[in-house]
Design a protein around this ligand. Structure first.
Ligand code: FEO
Length: 171
């Protein structure tokens, strides 16, 4: 059984993951509007992955006999200056999520909840990947600069990203 402190903290993380999903869906909409279908695809897949992250936590709370309490999702920005601007905000946001996950892990340690620590290890690894992916695209975009053809090529590359669902429950 989850203790109340952890139940509350995991519920807050469910909300944060849905907020991330909403943020990336908004970025996807803006990139579509700016004519960058590939970048929009990348963010649309990111949106789905964030929903999976939320559902993984959602199912975990229930599996441990806790209660999921969904809270309102705060509004997100709707426009970015450029793909670089969107990916820089993505990296900044993912760094924040990493610290939220680290805090959750520290709380699980403090509460001697070993099952939660074990479940959170997946998220710790995932955050390394999340930050790495955003950094790599930022580096490429910086290299491209104002080169329209470079941006066209990157857009084509990001159009090829496909969604791979993750296991959102232990069963
Ligand atoms: Fe759910 Fe992008 O971290």
């Amino acid at each position: 059984m989850l203790n109340k402190k952890l139940e509350e903290a995991l519920n807050a993380q469910i909300n944060a993951e849905f907020w991330s999903a909403y943020l990336y869906l908004s970025m996807s909409a803006d990139m579509s509007d700016k004519g960058m279908a590939g970048v929009a695809n990348w963010f649309a897949i990111q949106f789905k992955e964030e929903q999976d992250h939320a559902m993984k936590l959602f199912n975990y709370v229930i599996a441990r006999g806790g209660k999921v309490t969904l809270k309102p999702i705060e509004k997100v920005d709707t426009e970015w200056k450029s793909p670089l601007d969107a990916f820089e905000q993505t990296l900044q946001h993912e760094e924040k999520v990493t610290s939220l996950i680290n805090n959750l892990y520290a709380l699980a340690e403090q509460e001697k909840d070993y099952a939660t620590q074990s479940m959170l290890k997946w998220f710790i690894d995932e955050q390394v990947e999340e930050e790495e992916n955003a950094k790599a695209i930022i580096d490429t975009l910086k290299l491209i600069g104002d080169n329209g053809y470079g941006l066209y090529q990157l857009d084509k590359e990001l159009a090829a990203r496909v969604y791979t669902p993750i296991a959102t429950s232990e069963e």
